[in-house]
Design a binder for this molecule. Structure first.
Ligand SMILES: [Zn+2]
Ligand SMILES: [Zn+2]
Length: 105
């Protein structure tokens, strides 16, 4: 029978590697690294994981375009937009944009 790791602590592999990110010495890993794969220390590994997760959850903030427009609905001044508006397209302020959108998000 295979020993599936049902919450049991993983067998650590002892050795001597160098973190490919920060160059720190690594003396144990939770897996046997294959020769051509980069190896990361615990800190870099955790950093990479948390970065990946946060990117996945709240995506990268959109680049805002700074400028000076008037809302085509209410005439309010708009100083930034999440996109570069085309000359012939009406520009809406956040409130009007939200109002025009279908309520169910
Ligand atoms: Zn590292
Ligand atoms: Zn408006």
């Amino acid at each position: 029978m295979f020993n599936n790791d049902n919450g049991a602590p993983r067998q650590m592999v002892q050795g001597n590697w160098t973190c490919s990110d920060c160059g720190k010495e690594i003396t144990e890993l939770p897996f046997q690294p294959s020769g051509d794969r980069p190896v990361h220390c615990k800190e870099c590994w955790a950093k990479k994981r948390s970065e990946g997760r946060s990117n996945f959850q709240n995506r990268a903030p959109r680049q805002m375009v700074q400028g000076n427009w008037a809302c085509s609905e209410c005439g309010k001044e708009i100083t930034e937009l999440p996109f570069e508006p085309k000359g012939d397209r009406p520009v809406l302020c956040k409130d009007c944009w939200r109002a025009k959108r279908p309520a169910r998000f």
